[in-house]
Design a protein around this ligand. Structure first.
Ligand SMILES: Cc1cc2nc3c(=O)[nH]c(=O)nc-3n(C[C@H](O)[C@H](O)[C@H](O)COP(=O)(O)OP(=O)(O)OC[C@H]3O[C@@H](n4cnc5c(N)ncnc54)[C@H](O)[C@@H]3O)c2cc1C
Length: 500
């Protein structure tokens, strides 16, 4: 998403309204036109745009360095002296999770897995980069956020044989035909730049850092917004173990870009959210907000979504060790495919499959690959951000985030059933002589049997994939200017506001 005719981005592009003072000196006593909480994927872009528009902009990030360009130094020994960190090198993606890392959020920040570091989750994610089809905007977002309001920046052989030759999907350049997500297959595309991890840290942050009216402050954990009846005067943060109040200038704004769990959490901690949650925190004296200055807003946290996912383990007859061919002869996550399942009411459920060359769980020999099948759009189930009951009020996901509405499981089961029909007849005990064989599911299962498997918790089903989104949706929780409804100058701009 790079540009839009909507009013939010018009605000971001406004010419300087007040004199933009350089963001130097004692930063905690200055006043800012915009205080952005969270130097993650979205927060960096917001900060770059606001500083470009001349606003005196403070970007607060609770974590520290990630990419080498930010001072990140986590790396294996073979990167010593190269100036690169493990974040920079695409092929080291999975080593971020298999090693202790300062980049991962502590359990008192979010009740989920995520990055608390410069770049947010774009510093640790797989970097898979797919443009959404226009229908994702047109079907699920309000006026001002339609596709017309935007212009956008611009085991493979085994999988292709199965999905294209067998199941009849069209082989396409995935981002060349981004509007076509129905029965299409293609190579994965990644957000890399010149062989290194890309993302907003490599682009927008670098342009913002060149401006004198911009400051990035790491190690600053925002606790809550200071406001009276939804009019913010700044934020309260913990910096170097001390509580600091940071002020917005007259006419200034506070923008939460802390991610789809933490942004609703911060609103709730600031007395903005569902009544029952505000009452619970007040009873524990957790925040300074009492009934006199609450902004009741039931939509804060409502609609939290994560992609329902199933790991399907599959084996191929080829032996990589002997032939240097077969499912292991390509890098992880090499192909992707999409399809829609039609609903009786005219809507449709979107599903995605990605194929990676490593096995999972009990299936890790050199013949095994993993197919992940996700529900991606039109899913009927969502949950909400809830605060933990341990007195710390940590934001996390409610129960029943996946498959509460059986239609979702039915869509995904039908999608899996349809592609399984294009596989040769096989069982885990009698694998196909050619082609792929499902190992943790049966190729000849009915839709009902598949549905039961994908909705029964196991190492392969009903696990969080931490693609959190949609917990403060446009039209319900924020308006088309991304202003939290019921407040004057408090905004959310991150994965929270987007419908899945
Ligand atoms: C393991 C993993 C793999 C993924 N793979 C992909 C992929 O391949 N492709 C893809 O498109 N998406 C992927 N995703 C999802 C994608 O990375 C996220 O949807 C996206 O990064 C969310 O961006 P955001 O701006 O909403 O939040 P984030 O990027 O999470 O940024 C939030 C920032 O806010 C900071 N913060 C939080 N609370 C506070 C506070 N109180 N004070 C100050 N700062 C705070 C955090 O430290 C963090 O830096 C993946 C996610 C994960 C976890």
């Amino acid at each position: 998403m790079r540009s839009s005719s909507n009013t939010l981005l018009q605000f971001l592009n406004l010419a300087v309204l007040g004199a933009a003072l350089p963001a130097t000196g004692d930063w905690t006593t200055q006043k800012y036109d915009a205080i952005i909480v969270g130097a993650g994927t979205a927060g960096i872009i917001v900060a770059d745009r606001l500083s470009e528009a001349g606003k005196k902009t403070l970007l607060l990030e609770l974590g520290g360095a990630s990419y080498s360009i930010t001072g990140g130094e986590e790396k294996p020994a073979w990167l010593d002296g190269t100036g690169l960190s493990r974040v920079d090198v695409p092929g080291l993606y999975s080593t971020i999770f298999s090693n202790p890392s300062d980049m991962i959020c502590d359990s008192d920040i979010i009740g989920g897995y995520g990055a608390c570091t410069v770049g947010g989750n774009s510093a640790i994610n797989a970097g898979l980069y797919f443009q959404p089809p226009d229908s994702d905007w047109d079907d699920f977002h309000p006026d001002g956020w339609k596709s017309a309001d935007y212009y956008l920046e611009t085991a493979f052989d085994a999988a292709k044989e199965w999905i294209v030759d067998g199941a009849g999907f069209k082989d396409v350049g995935i981002n060349d035909e981004y509007n076509n997500k129905d029965n299409v297959f293609g190579r994965t595309e990644y957000n890399y730049i010149d062989g290194q991890r890309g993302g907003s840290t490599r682009t927008y942050l670098q342009s913002a850092l060149k401006r004198s009216n911009f400051r990035l402050q790491t190690g600053a954990r925002v606790k809550y917004i200071n406001h009276v009846a939804g009019k913010a005067s700044g934020v309260t943060a913990i910096v170097d173990g001390k509580t600091v109040e940071i002020s917005a200038a007259t006419g200034g704004r506070v923008v939460l870009s802390a991610g789809a769990l933490a942004s609703p959490g911060l609103l709730m901690h600031s007395g903005i959210g569902p009544m029952d949650t505000l009452v619970r925190m007040a009873a524990a004296n957790f925040t300074p907000y009492t009934v006199a200055n609450w902004v009741p807003q039931p939509a804060v946290g409502e609609g939290l979504f994560d992609n329902p996912n199933t790991f399907i383990q599959m084996s191929s007859p080829e032996d990589y060790i002997k032939s240097r061919s077969g499912t292991y002869a390509f890098a992880s996550q090499s192909s992707v495919f999409w399809g829609f399942i039609d609903h009786e009411d005219g809507t449709k459920g979107g599903c995605q499959g990605t194929i990676a060359s490593t096995g999972h769980g009990e299936f890790t020999d050199n013949h095994t690959i993993t197919l992940n099948v996700y529900g991606t759009s039109g899913m009927a189930t969502d949950g909400r951000v809830v605060l933990s009951n341990d007195g710390k009020f940590v934001p996390g996901a409610s129960e029943g985030i996946y498959y509460k509405d059986p239609r979702d499981a039915n869509d995904i089961a039908k999608f899996i059933y349809n592609i399984f029909q294009a596989l040769p007849a096989s069982t885990p005990d009698q694998p196909a002589k050619e082609g792929l064989t499902p190992l943790n599911m049966n190729q000849n299962w009915t839709v009902a049997e598949i549905q039961k498997y994908i909705t029964t918790p196991s190492d392969y089903a009903v696990g969080a994939v931490n693609h959190w989104s949609s917990s403060c949706r446009i039209g319900k929780c924020v308006d088309a200017d991304a202003t939290v409804i019921g407040t004057q100058n408090i905004h959310v701009i991150d994965a929270s506001i987007i419908a899945p």
